[in-house]
Design a binder for this molecule. Structure first.
Ligand code: ADP
Ligand code: MG
Length: 620
């Protein structure tokens, strides 16, 4: 059979173009990427051999071997891991499988300085080989098979694939180095690179020089070493390795438990949001090991989904080595480890929040929205999560906890008030907040989509009910307030005059509103919409409609501000003959205005425009 030529997926071609034309200063990371792949391949072999020991085929010392061939200027990286067959070579090295790399390609801007920074941030896996090699050959033989395959490419749009021979299973990557890259043939340089980037890889990385073989790395599982022997830098390097990340971990949690449950955790909270944080398929990224043998990084039961930003390793001594994915699903050991992780992580977060509010704010900004999913899903940890939660506020800058809020409550204020919306600045300007502000009552501003959901199940905190400021029953009258600028201090319509106007508005608006009422909360605006007690929250309703979960709009209560000049003028007009004709346009305009301030769309924009034109014309 002759070799076959194939084309790369378009994204790969783009990626390779960047990689090969990049003047990236940290080219040596290619070695980290190839060693990481070799190590993954060995993990996979070990796991597969649990159920099929024949795969070992007498070759049981898993390792990575680096050879520098000076005359031909070829650097080779070989492993005796799982290997790839023909189809796998085509799929794995011709397309972009990893979500992170796909993300990388789609965020490429064409601006080389920016794109370079991205390479540093994402790493580009196997393709980074082309940073130093003009031609890359991959010879691979899958465990349990006799036939080996050769994949060759110069990184320009296509690759070829054909039959090959290889001694035993595994993969050899042969890098035909470009002009000027001879430093990567120097044993001392290679030794330093491996030490820097791959010291924590759990299997030996051996430099083979003739018949001299030297192991370059420590080759032990970092998490199994005592804490006192591990430097901060080693933790950081390990985080980079295990999380495929390049930032500083925000929190490192290394713990061991012995006794009823025997496990080791080395967990990290990333310093930045990982790119797949909101990917619904990704519930956990933790790697599960059993007595230092890699089992899976797809064990969703290991942590609650609302802790899915955690990265790192869980090593259990209580699970059998041949545990299958199915066995993990309802496993009591896994359930207990999950509880332990949750307890420890929440404990650490509490400590950090107490010790350093500024550092905690960095965490909250990155992962608060995820943690809040727990308020909704996890009744058991709700109280603890409410303590950890931070909010924006109408009354101050920065982040506020519920306890901060309660400490600042006004005399006579009975509830914790919140308002939901899409954007902070829009919420800050919301007419619903006017009366709260005038009385010095703080309102928490919630802008994450998840807020609507947890608010539907969390009724109170520390004995105080949590209420939306957009609800009708917001009892502001009870708030004792020394401030003279109270809204009812101003001149306003009252009594029969107000009653007549309200009746007229109700008649014009009919079913479009649930009620028309005098407002206690408005000071500057003429009108606003509020939800009746027991009705769906207005923001939640809008969200549900946006996601096609709801098509009807429920009518709201229109509140009018009796102190506002416009309302006063309308009330005066309502007393005169022919009032209904005069008030029709005004009533509909008031309702549309209130809707617009809510961020709603208008049911009849053309009608709105005509009415507005008529009123303006009269006014001029
Ligand atoms: P990632 O390692 O994040 O999946 P890479 O670009 O580094 O992305 O590698 C792509 C894929 O190629 C891997 O997921 C793996 O399936 C395959 N692969 C790469 N190197 C090896 C190897 N040495 N042995 C077996 N498979 C490999
Ligand atoms: Mg990789």
């Amino acid at each position: 059979m002759t070799d076959q030529t194939m084309h790369f997926q378009a994204e790969v071609t783009r990626l390779l173009h960047i990689v090969t034309h990049a003047l990236y200063s940290q080219k040596e990371i290619f070695l980290r990427e190839l060693i990481s792949n070799a190590s993954d391949a060995c993990d996979k072999l070990r796991f597969a051999a649990q159920t099929d020991p024949a795969l070992w085929a007498g070759d049981v010392e898993l390792k990575v071997t680096i050879t520098a061939e000076k005359t031909g200027r070829i650097l080779s990286i070989a492993d005796n891991g799982i290997g790839m067959d023909r189809d796998e070579l085509i799929a794995n090295l011709g397309t972009i499988a990893r979500s992170g790399t796909g993300e990388f390609v789609s965020s490429l801007s064409g601006d080389s300085a920016r794109d370079m920074a991205l390479i540093g941030q994402f790493g580009v896996g196997f393709y980074s080989a082309f940073m130093v090699a003009g031609k890359v050959e991959v010879v691979s033989r899958k465990a349990g098979e006799a036939q080996a395959w050769r994949w060759v490419s110069d990184g320009s749009g296509q690759f070829s694939i054909g039959e090959a021979e290889r001694n035993g299973r595994g993969t050899t990557i042969l890098l035909h180095l470009r002009e000027g890259e001879d430093e990567f043939l120097d044993p001392a340089r290679l030794g330093r690179i491996v030490k820097t980037y791959s010291d924590h890889v759990a299997l030996p990385v051996v430099l083979q020089d003739g018949d001299k073989a030297e192991t370059l790395n420590a080759a032990s599982a970092l998490w199994s070493r005592p804490k006192a022997e591990i430097t901060e830098q080693q933790y950081k390097d390990f985080y980079h390795h295990v999380a495929h990340a390049f930032d500083e971990p925000w929190l490192t949690l290394h713990a061991r438990a012995e006794g009823k449950l025997d496990y080791t955790l080395l967990l990290f909270v990333p310093g930045m949001r990982p790119h797949d944080l909101f990917d619904p398929a990704r519930k956990s990224a933790l790697k599960l090991y059993v007595r230092r043998v890699f089992i899976t990084d797809r064990c969703d039961e290991l942590v609650p989904a609302w802790l899915r930003f955690l990265r790192g390793v869980v090593d259990s001594a209580d699970l059998p080595l041949n545990v299958s994915r199915e066995m993990l699903q309802h496993n009591p050991v896994v359930a207990r480890i999950r509880q332990a992780i949750t307890r420890r992580v929440l404990g650490e977060l509490e400590k950090k929040a107490e010790k350093d509010a500024t550092a905690y704010a960095v965490f909250w900004e990155a992962f608060g929205a995820v943690l809040k999913e727990g308020l909704y899903e996890d009744a058991e940890h709700r109280a603890q999560l409410l303590k950890l939660a931070r909010f924006r506020s109408s009354a101050r800058e920065g982040w506020v906890s519920l306890d901060d809020y309660i400490a600042a409550m006004k005399d006579g204020q009975a509830a914790i008030y919140v308002i939901n919306g899409d954007q902070l600045d829009q919420l800050r300007r919301s007419p619903q907040l006017e009366g709260f502000r005038a009385r010095g009552v703080e309102v928490l501003l919630l802008t994450d989509p998840v807020d609507d959901f947890w608010l539907s199940v969390v009724q109170d905190h520390a004995g105080k009910p949590i209420k939306s400021a957009t609800r009708a029953g917001a009892d502001l009258d009870a708030v004792k307030d020394s401030d003279a600028a109270r809204p009812d201090a101003a001149e306003k319509v009252e009594g029969a005059a107000l009653g007549t106007l309200i009746a007229a508005l109700k008649q014009v608006l009919g079913d479009a509103v649930k009620d028309v009422r005098e407002s206690k909360r408005l000071t500057d605006s003429a009108v606003c919409l509020v939800a009746a007690d027991g009705d769906l929250d207005m923001h939640l309703e809008r969200l549900l409609r946006l996601h096609q979960k709801l098509d009807a709009t429920s009518p709201r209560i229109l509140e009018i501000n009796p102190g506002h000049a416009l309302i006063r003028a309308l009330a005066a007009r309502a007393q005169q003959p022919g009032a209904m004709d005069a008030l029709t346009d005004a009533a509909l305009l008031l309702l549309d205005q209130a809707r617009l301030m809510e961020g709603e769309t208008l049911a009849d924009p053309a009608g709105f425009a005509q009415r507005l034109a008529r009123v303006m014309e009269k006014g001029l």
